[in-house]
Design a protein around this ligand. Structure first.
Ligand code: PMT
Length: 402
């Protein structure tokens, strides 16, 4: 994904510095070539040895270091980088960058480079809100070669809650992938549901289905490769989380709906519902394990919320794509769901065929939208995911032209 990209990661003083280790690990995994520069503050939070081991290169810490200058000097380092990512970027660093200072190695590099400098702010919410920080951020926003990623909202290490959290390493990876991507979904956010849901009967038993998550995960990779920022909301599966994707793990349909709603509240241009959501859940879930002393047992089920229909009913509805898992009248039933759930597109698969659908490597589908359809014969789920993403891109284009 980032093969051969030369990324300089700057680490300044903040508790989020521990997350930079994971960021560097993910970037290396994606094929990037990494150099790390740490400020004096950064060194208080994480050791250069950790960053050296993860990046595979010596860490640069001081401006006037004769040994370092004899190797890759600071100007050379500034010219080497395709992108500088400062994560975490403290309030102090942001102030010095905004003032054009060159008071340490990192600020000097940021002045000397012609590459883009991306900063991922991380600080206490009151510090972030402070008018001086906001002035500095606004001033940096005027600079053509600076971009600001984040901060995120939520609980902070100091106990406060609010804006100021550094974006998660996966989110930053996704921003970096998008930065280098010229794919058709560059700048778009795609939210995907995948896998089954589990509906508790009691603390040890549940109702679920055979979804493996393979289709949804393949779509997440295809959307990321098309340049999108991807959030994958997944039920319990045994697959590794794709690189460069924001990941939310859920269990039940209600949890999946909550995660989908909160993703759509932030930013969602395309919503793809590949999950096999349990349509019903047990109405009453006892706190203790049900004893097996009866010959027959009746579990009353109630309907689960319809996640994709709920997203499609939003005022600022994203381009919404559903799947239809059918065992008969596949296309006709899928057409009904397209209308009933107010979807822009639906992918119909015949799950009675063992070679495709649930828990198989391959799939064969008919994709339907208002006034059109396209059939894809048996192929790997990853190939199909690329084809579906391409179809979404061309249909979104048509919608925008309308
Ligand atoms: O995970 P795999 O093993 O790779 O298998 C892939 C798959 C067969 C699960 C996938 O290709 C698929 O068909 N997913 C949809 C399964 C399904 O629940 O279909 P449905 O026809 O019951 O639902 C229609 C649509 O409504 C789907 O997009 C579903 O995600 C959505 N839905 C359904 C119920 C509900 N309560 N909320 C929903 O959002």
């Amino acid at each position: 994904m980032l093969n051969g990209r030369r990324i300089l990661v700057g680490i300044t003083g903040g508790i989020a510095a521990y997350k930079s280790a994971e960021l560097v690990r993910l970037l290396i995994k994606s094929g990037a070539d990494i150099r790390v520069v740490m400020t004096a503050g950064g060194l208080e939070f994480i050791t250069p040895l950790t960053m050296q081991a993860l990046s595979g290169n010596p860490v640069h810490t001081t401006l006037l270091d004769t040994d370092a200058e004899a190797g890759m000097g600071h100007i050379e380092l500034a010219k080497w980088a395709d992108l500088i990512v400062v994560a975490p970027a403290s309030a102090d660093f942001i102030a010095r960058l905004s003032a054009g200072m060159a008071s340490d190695l990192l600020t000097t590099l940021c002045l000397a480079t012609e590459a883009t400098v991306a900063i991922a702010p991380a600080m206490n919410q009151a510090m972030w809100k402070n008018s001086r920080t906001q002035r500095n951020i606004a001033a940096l926003g005027q600079d053509a070669n600076v971009c600001v990623w984040g901060p995120g909202n939520g609980a902070q290490a100091c106990g406060d809650v609010g804006l100021g959290r550094m974006l998660e390493p996966e989110q930053l990876c996704s921003c970096i992938a998008q930065y280098f991507s010229d794919g058709p979904l560059c700048g778009k956010t795609v939210v995907i549901t995948a896998g089954p849901t589990r509906e508790a009967i009691d603390p040890v038993r549940y109702v679920s289905n055979h979804s493996s998550g393979k289709m949804g995960y393949a779509l997440a990779v295809a959307a990321r490769e098309a340049g999108a920022s991807v959030e994958l909301i997944s039920g319990p599966v045994a697959l590794p989380v794709p690189n460069g994707v924001k990941f939310t793990s859920v269990s039940s349909a209600v949890e999946m709906l909550d995660a989908a709603d909160s993703a759509a509240d932030q930013q969602c241009d395309i919503f793809i519902a590949a999950a096999a959501v349990a349509d019903y859940r047990p109405e009453d879930v006892p706190r203790q394990k049900i004893k097996k002393n009866q010959e027959k047992m009746v579990v009353e089920l109630i309907k689960n919320p319809d996640i994709v229909a709920s997203i499609a009913s939003r005022k600022n509805k994203p381009f919404t794509v559903g799947f239809a898992a059918e065992t008969q009248n596949v296309v006709a039933y899928a057409e009904g769901k397209l209308q009933k759930k107010n979807l822009d597109m639906i992918v119909a698969n015949d799950v009675s065929d063992q070679r495709i659908g649930f828990n198989s490597e391959n799939n064969a589908v008919t994709v339907l939208w208002e006034g059109g359809s396209e059939t894809f014969s048996l192929q790997s789920k990853s190939l199909l995911a690329g084809n579906i993403v391409e179809l979404i891109v061309s249909n979104m284009g048509c919608m925008h032209e309308k």
